[in-house]
Structure formats: C-alpha cells, structure tokens
Design a protein around this ligand. Structure first.
Ligand SMILES: [Zn+2]
Length: 863
C-alpha cells in the first residue's frame, strides 16, 4: 500500500513513459466560506511512449465523481489509495477527473483560514513536496512539467492570484469566475492559488524595455502594518542583481508576493506567486535582525525563480542543490547588491546558517549533502540543516575554490542550457568545470558524498624571541555519531587565516593569508619567522565549512576581548566556536555564560546578540549541572535586567534584553518588573510595551503562576486576532498546573481539531524548562502515543508533535532508556525513527555537557 507515498523508482518509470502537455484545472470555491469540500475538475493531456501501458495519476481527495480517459468512463474504483489507476494508455491521451477535494487547516494543500478580526475566509495553496494532488489530479513529481491553466470560481469581491497574471473576472451574482492564461512549462509543486478578500499594493520592476508588474498582498487586518515599500525595495535590488549575475531575464510574466496566514515554512517559491508567512508583516517593534531575515527570505524566493522554477531538479535527491543555491544567493545578494541595507550578511550567515549546519551535521541522522531520497517520506524530513545550511556553506566554499567569476559564468551557461527543463547535480558541476577549468569530481566526492564536519586546529611553535618557528593547520576527520551514514574523510579546504593585534583596546586584523588546506597537516611557511599575533583565526572570512578551534593563547585573548574585534564577522566566528565548544562539553556551560556576560555588552550586531541569548538559555536549561543551574539562571536574569536598564532607549538591544528578561525572570522583583511593564505602572524609557511584547511578558507571568486565566482572557480581548489567539493558547498551556498541562496535551495528542498554528502555540506553552516535575509524567505518555500520531496525522502536524513533545527537558538516562525501548518495540518507519533519534541525541548531548559543567564546578571549588 503506497498510502500517500511515491517512490523514486515509480517516479522514474512514470517519467520514462509519459510526456505531459497541459492541464486545464477548474476549481469551484464558491462555498469556501462554509468550508468542507470543493469541486475540482482536471483535464490533462499527455502522451505515452508505450501505448497499451498502464500508469497512475495522484489525487488525495475524499471522493471522485468522474474519471474519463480518452472518452471512456472508468470505474470510480480506479481511485484508491491516493491514486487513480490509468490502464491501457493511448499514444495521445486526454484524462478528465472530477473530484471533491477538501480544504485543510494544516498548511498543506488548499489551506483555509478565517480571520477573527473580520470573519472573512482566506485561502492559499502550499504544494511542496507532494500536495498539488490535494487540489487537482496531477502527476506529482518535479520532472513531469506541464503548462497549467486555472479557472477559478470564487465569491464576488475576492482577490484571486495564481502563477499567471490575474484576469478580470466574469459573471454576476454572488460569484465570479477567473480564467487564467496557461503557464509556461513548470512543475506541479510550484503552481499556486491564493484567494480571499486580500488587499494588494502594486509597483513594477523596470529595466530598459523590461517591465515586470509587482504586487504585495496581505489580509486587511494586517494592512496597517504592511511596509510594502521596504518589500519592493529589496525585491528590486534582487531583480537587478540576479538578472545581471545570471544573465537571464526574470522568466515569468509578473511577480506577486503574498503574506498568508498559518504558513508552515518561511516562504514558498511558487512561480510568480510567492507566499510568505505573515509574521513577516510586523505588528509590533522587531529588531533589525527580523528585517534582515525577511529580506533574506524575499531574495531566497526570488533566486528560486531561476534556480528551481525555470530549471528544476529531476528528483528530490537534488533538493539540497535547489535550497543551497537559493540560500547562498540570498546572502551574496545582500552582501553585494548596491544599496543593500545588510552588507554584513556573511556575519549573519556564519551566525545562523553555519550554526544550524554544524548542529544538524552532528546528529545521528546526519547524511551526505547528496542524500538518498528513495521516496516522498524521505524528502519530507530532509528540509534540514544539511539541505539548506551545510549545502549553502559548501557552495560558498566552492565559490572560494573556483572563484566567483567562474562560478557565475558556469551558472549562466547552466540557465541558458536547461531553461524550462530538469537537471541533475552533474549538469551544474559540468557547467562549472567548463567555466573554471577545474576538475570538480574529487571536490564533489569529498564535500557532497560524505557526512560530518572536519575540525581545523592551529599548531604553533615559537622560538626564544617569540617569533613563529612553525605554523601547521591540523585537520581532523569528522567524529561521526554511531549509526551515521558515510565514511569520515579529510577534505580540501580553501581557507583564510587572519592575524589580529590589540591596539587601543581594539582587535584589528593586521594581515590575512589565503591557502589550500589538504590532508591531516598543512604547513604554513608564510607565517614562519613572524611575530606571534594576539589572535590567530583559522577560517577567517568563513570561506570553508569546518569546526575551528583557537590555540590556547588566542583563546585567552578572545575570552577577555571577544567584543573588541572591530569587524563583526570574526566576532561571529569566535562566538560560534565558543558555542560549539559548549555543545561539545569542551567549554563548561558556566564558562559560556561568563563569556556571554562579559562579551555581549560590546556586541553591536543585533542578530548575533539574539543568537547568543538563545544559546545561553539552552546552555543553562540543558547543559548546566542541575545542582548549579539555578545560580546560572539567576546570574543570567540579573544580567538581562541590568542590560535592559542600561540599553540605549528605543534600541534593538533594549528590546532584545527585554525579551530575554521575560524568558528568564525568576525573583519576585524581576517578575514584578514584568507585571509593572504590562500594567503600565513601570515604564522604561524608549521601551514600547506593544502587542507582541505584552504577550511575551504575560507568557512568563502565566508560566510562573503570576497570571491566571482571567488575565489571559483580558489580554485576548485587547488583541482578538489570529496571532492573539495563538499567544493566548501558549499562555494557557504554560500555566503551572497539572490541569493546564493535561488540557494542553489532550488538545494536541488526543484531538485533531487544532490548526497547525494553534497546535504549535500550545506545544510552545506546554514545554517549560521550569516545570520539569510537572512534565515528567508525559514522557511515558509520549512514547505511548507517538506512533499513532505519525500514522494518523498529516506530515506537518505529526512533525510538530513528534519533535515538540519529545521529553527533551527530562535530561536523564531514563529518557534515553525509554527512547531505546520504544525504538526496539515500535519498529518505526524511517522518517519517524529519524525524528525521534534526533530528539534523543539532544538529551544524550546534554547529559555529557552536564558532566563537563559539573567537573568544571568541582575544579573551581578545588576538589
Ligand atoms: Zn528555498
């Protein structure tokens, strides 16, 4: 029984057999306000290489009313198990399928949302990976491209957007019909439909004789917060930059960006109709890091219009290339595009993408960048830190290796050669080899076909005058976790070494050399005979992908002067290195806290500040010796309060420290401060206690028993929006009572009524680091329920539960034992197993880090 799965073999067989010409899709959304199901009529024309052969088309729908193949009515029993069997194909075929498809509330397929502010219904589709089949009968695989013509009937007064430009609707009465022009040849997963009383703002990208209409949409209830000009500005910078670098005009007729509700991912690259999560329409003050992240997402999706949409992977095993390219492209565009507000994007890349990749690459589930994707279940759990972040890091390394000019020259040839087609990795590598004259086979094998992270360490000896006598870069093979796939290898690294000196309290780079590192030892003769600098930084400029360790002397300087690097990138690299050491138990959690307390005051990069805040919280909650933890949390809370009071009024730093205090406040005075800010009896100059910050404050007060149901209800009264309802759900689930926990658990695990966003909100409130005892009984409940959840819920919904409700806060051997017992008894499917062993690895790592922290505490006491 395939269920909703599809194997690579099946896809390959079908692609060999079929060429799909065109789909005509009629959707009747006139009863969207009532929900339930909608009528979907698909007519698809395709040819078959072997007449008489059989195949199938995909459909996930409650029922089918008609299946007609080449004029002949087929029995509805041909629709079973999410497929329609198509026997006895002709050379030229026309298939008509009439189905009743269902609206969803999980963010998959055609999502239906009702805005509590206006009571109106808003729809949007999300099809990646295999969910176009929830809306129309489709050959659901990326290499069966076709032209798509949508005809949509929807309530009068609605806005309807798809891949092709929106036509003037026809008809009268309570509904209208929009008949869209056919698209170019694209894959099913990037088709799209967004419908509802959305509001739009319009502009155009103009360049010579080229004019591309631009639209930005959101719900009316968010319109007052929509800064469309900022969105257009970044979008136009991206158009300029990518068209020039790719030497290929934007390939679609218009470019709409739609901020939609309850969106699972950051955004989705539907051709010409990008959807984005509408938390990117900021209702309250956010830091510049949030604007930077939104701009990165906008550029990421725009890059996909060429890489992914115009030229598309043949099968999901090259998903990594698709996502890595777009992730690299977003950063390089922010770094280089004229007028970019975030030219320091490589700092953010080091701070966020690299950290994500390093974390993922040390999980037992780690895998080579080129993953084995045998079926759809494999790919759905592979939107991970390897696919996005390690892949992008390795592309950055490839650019350093072949040179940026050769890289883009290869990319240009690739787009011209494969426009509107499908490719494999070898097509891109071939183009890059031609452009660069470099053989990339060995490079590709070392970087793409093996898993894990190398460690680079400097080995420095000095002569009696304190000059460098020898300088060696040592490379270690990855420490692959037990059970990880692939062999541990050394790799060729193109790196820079930065030399830094202290001058007037600042750490300034005095020299930089670039070299190839290969094998276990690479001598660096260029540095012999030179004065030993204060700090030697391997992988400066973050060209390669490696864990970097500082030599002892450099580490001592950095411990006191991390905030004194004049550039943000070396600071980010040192923060990352310290965090990595803390995760590995090489730096005690209490020492990481001390570094953060001393270094953050001078850290100007707000994105880095916010990352370190999160990391300190993780270090204290998970990696600190439980016997010492409360001391650490107390110190961190005191630091947060002091920094909050000292921060420049109205600054991003002030807001970041306010949120951190709200996450960790524990004394009566601190909680009183939160309550005072919330009720207005306390004011901090420049700190706007706006809608989102109010919920953050209330969340902590609820979790600590200082706010009750009445307070939550009152706050929801003030902010009775979708976001407000989610925050209220978080607050209720956070209440420190057995009843609140039981209710939250039942609403998620024992019922399937919650939407994707409300469920996520409940889970976030349920898991509270200060409520370990209250949560302890749920470890056993988790293992009793998790397999059933996996088998009965949609992919997104089950993933939220499997990952989010794992007993991660119970850092003890018993949790590992219970997990192992479950793994042995439940025989979970690979994708389920993967999610559980990743969660287990977090507990295992925390146990080791706690031992390291305990040992450091014992040393400090002189035991
Ligand atoms: Zn992407």
């Amino acid at each position: 029984m395939p269920g909703t799965n599809l194997t690579r073999e099946e896809a390959r067989t079908r692609a060999d057999l079929l060429h799909v010409d065109a789909y005509d899709i009629e959707l009747d959304l006139s009863s969207a306000r009532e929900g339930g199901t909608f009528r979907s009529t698909t007519v698809v024309r395709f040819t078959a290489t072997t007449p008489g052969a059989a195949t199938f088309i995909d459909l996930v729908a409650p029922s089918v009313e008609e299946i007609t193949l080449n004029g002949e009515r087929l029995d509805e029993a041909n629709f079973a198990d999410s497929r329609i069997a198509l026997p006895n194909l002709a050379a030229e075929n026309e298939l008509k399928v009439v189905a009743n498809c269902a609206y969803t509330n999980t963010g998959e397929g055609l999502h239906r949302f009702v805005d509590p502010v206006d009571g109106e219904t808003y729809l949007y589709t999300q099809f990646e990976v295999p969910d176009a089949r929830r809306v129309f009968a489709s050959f659901e695989q990326p290499d069966l491209k076709a032209s798509f013509a949508f005809t949509v009937t929807a309530p009068e007064g609605w806005v309807v957007v798809s891949n092709s430009p929106t036509p003037t609707p026809a008809g009268d009465g309570p509904t209208r019909t929009w008949t869209f022009e056919p698209t170019g040849r694209i894959s099913t997963y990037i088709t799209a439909l967004i419908a509802g009383p959305y509001v739009g703002v319009f502009d155009a990208y103009e360049n010579g004789d080229q004019k591309v209409p631009l639209g930005v949409y959101c719900r009316p209830s968010l319109r007052e917060f929509l800064d469309a000009d900022a969105v257009f500005e970044v979008t136009k910078q991206g158009f300029d930059y990518f068209q020039e670098k790719f030497d290929y005009r934007y390939p679609f007729a218009k470019y709409d960006q739609l901020f939609v509700p309850e969106f699972n991912a950051g955004a989705m690259e539907n051709a010409g109709a990008v959807t984005l999560r509408d938390q990117y329409v900021f209702r309250s003050k956010v830091t510049d890091a949030a604007y930077e992240a939104r701009a990165a997402t906008i550029l990421h999706e725009l890059a996909h219009m060429w890489f992914g949409d115009l030229v598309t992977m043949e099968w999901w095993n090259d998903l990594w290339l698709n996502e890595s390219f777009a992730t690299y492209a977003e950063a390089v565009c922010q770094a280089e595009a004229p007028g970019s507000r975030w030219p320091h994007s490589w700092t953010t890349f080091a701070n966020q993408m690299k950290t994500w990749a390093y974390r993922q690459d040390q999980l037992p589930s780690t895998h080579p960048i080129m993953a084995d994707i045998n079926d759809l279940e494999d790919v759905q759990v592979n939107f991970d830190g390897i696919t996005y972040a390690k892949g992008a890091s390795v592309l950055k390394q490839l650019v350093a290796y072949v040179g940026q000019d050769a890289f883009f020259e290869g990319v240009r040839a690739y787009f011209k050669r494969h426009a509107w087609g499908n490719t494999r990795l070898s097509d891109l590598l071939g183009a890059l080899e031609e452009a660069s004259g470099r053989d990339l086979k060995a490079w590709s094998k070392a970087w793409l076909e093996t898993a894990g992270i190398n460690v680079l360490r400097p080995a420095i000896t000095l002569n009696t005058d304190g000059e460098i006598e020898s300088f060696t870069v040592l490379q270690e093979a990855p420490a692959l976790p037990a059970g990880a796939k692939g062999e541990a290898v050394l790799r060729p690294h193109r790196i820079a070494i930065g030399l830094y000196e202290l001058a007037d309290g600042a750490l300034v780079r005095t020299d930089r050399i670039e070299l190839d590192v290969d094998g276990p030892r690479t001598e660096v003769p260029q540095l012999v005979g030179r004065h030993r600098p204060a700090v030697v930084l391997l992988n400066d400029d973050d060209l390669s992908y490696a864990k970097v360790r500082l030599d002892e002397d450099s580490l001592a300087v950095v411990a006191d002067h991390l905030g004194d690097f004049t550039d943000s990138l070396p600071r980010a690299l040192c923060w990352a290195s310290a965090w990595d050491m803390a995760r590995d138990g090489e730096m005690a959690a209490r020492d990481y806290l001390a570094l953060a307390v001393s270094g953050l005051g001078r850290e100007s990069d707000i994105g880095v500040v916010q990352s370190v805040h999160r990391q300190v919280k993780t270090a204290l909650d998970a990696y600190a010796d439980p016997a010492w933890r409360e001391q650490g949390l107390t110190r961190w809370a005191e630091t947060a309060e002091a920094q909050l009071r000292a921060a420049e009024p109205g600054s991003d730093h002030q807001l970041a420290w306010a949120r951190t205090l709200a996450a960790v406040a524990r004394t009566e005075e601190q909680l009183g401060l939160l309550a005072g800010l919330l009720d207005g009896s306390v004011e901090l100059k420049g700190l706007a206690v706006d809608t989102e910050l109010r919920w953050t404050l209330l969340g902590r007060l609820a979790a600590t028993g200082r706010a009750d149901e009445a307070a939550i209800a009152a706050e929801l009264e003030r902010d009775n929006t979708a976001a407000g309802q989610e925050h209220a759900a978080t607050c209720r689930a956070a209440l420190p009572t057995a009843e609140a926990k039981a209710e939250a658990w039942a609403s998620v695990v024992e019922s399937d009524k919650l939407t994707n966003y409300v469920q996520e909100a409940v889970i976030a409130g349920f898991q509270q680091a200060d409520q370990r005892e209250l949560l302890a009984p749920y470890a056993a409940k988790y293992f009793a329920a998790v397999k059933g959840v996996w088998e009965t819920r949609s992919h997104e919904i089950s993933q939220q539960i499997i990952v989010g409700l794992y007993p991660s806060l119970q850092v003890e051997q018993a949790t590992l034992d219970a997990t192992d017992a479950w793994l042995a008894a439940a025989e979970p499917a690979p994708a389920l197993r993967r999610q559980v062993i990743e969660a287990r690895a977090g507990v295992e790592r925390a146990l080791k880090a706690q031992a390291a922290d305990r040992a450091a505490g014992a040393r400090a006491l002189g035991h």
